[in-house]
Design a protein around this ligand. Structure first.
Ligand code: PGA
Length: 220
């Protein structure tokens, strides 16, 4: 069971208060070092496919590894929605990061419109088609309509989507989208749910710890 906290562009909690927690944190770039120094399993929120070069505003896998960062998110829906990320660029980022020795959490998921149009499986198939299996690759199913909205997928919806994803690519699948201490238990109890990617509830020490404690109680 893997629990990852995505702090997005928020300062986030005091890393020292999370020391010893069995979880991944994805802080903003300015707090990566602090998280590494607190002994946390620290991931970036994005990573470029080139090792170095004229790519203003980007960060590379070797630069992250030098800092003690051990993984990265790629393809978060906010990157896809607001920053022009495509299935191709997500796949390039994932492949380069994995080749360089970073672990990767690659995010997929449909919008409300796509779900209502019955396109969920097509969207997931397209998003996954460019990714290749790898021992250090984890997927996150994050329905866009559930992110930051308080409208989480039901445990059954998550189970169905995860089972479909696993039928296409053999990898652990985290659920993300309004995971909170009070709904984490039911979501994580689903057999195809291998953990959670937590946004808002990872910004408070108590709620993030509560989700990690719930996860620790679920038999693997
Ligand atoms: P949320 O975000 O938990 O605030 O919905 C999840 C995510 O975007 O990773």
């Amino acid at each position: 069971m893997l629990i990852a906290g995505n702090w997005k562009m928020f300062r986030g909690p005091d890393p020292v208060a999370l020391a010893g927690l069995d979880a991944v944190v994805c802080p903003p770039f300015t707090r990566l070092r602090e998280c590494v120094e607190a002994g946390l399993t620290t991931y970036a929120q994005n990573v470029h496919w080139e090792a170095e070069g004229a790519y203003t505003g980007e960060i590379s896998a070797p630069l992250l590894l030098e800092l003690g960062v051990v993984g990265s998110l790629v393809g978060h829906s906010e990157r896809r929605q607001y920053f022009g990320e495509t299935d191709e660029t997500v796949a390039k980022r994932a492949r380069a990061a994995l080749d360089a020795g970073l672990r990767v959490i690659a995010c997929v998921g449909e919008t409300q419109e796509q779900r209502e149009a019955g396109e969920t499986e097509d969207v997931l198939r397209r998003q996954l088609s460019m990714l290749e299996p790898h021992s250090e690759l984890v997927l996150a199913y994050e329905p866009v309509w559930a992110i930051g909205t308080g409208h989480t997928a039901t445990p059954e919806m998550a189970q169905d989507a995860h089972a479909f994803i696993k039928s296409l690519l053999d990898a652990p699948v985290l659920y993300g989208g309004s995971v909170k201490p009070d709904n984490a238990g039911a979501l994580l109890a689903q057999p195809a749910v291998d953990g959670a990617l937590v946004g808002g509830a990872s910004l408070e020490v108590d709620s993030f710890k509560a989700i990690c404690e719930t996860a620790a109680r679920i038999p693997s």
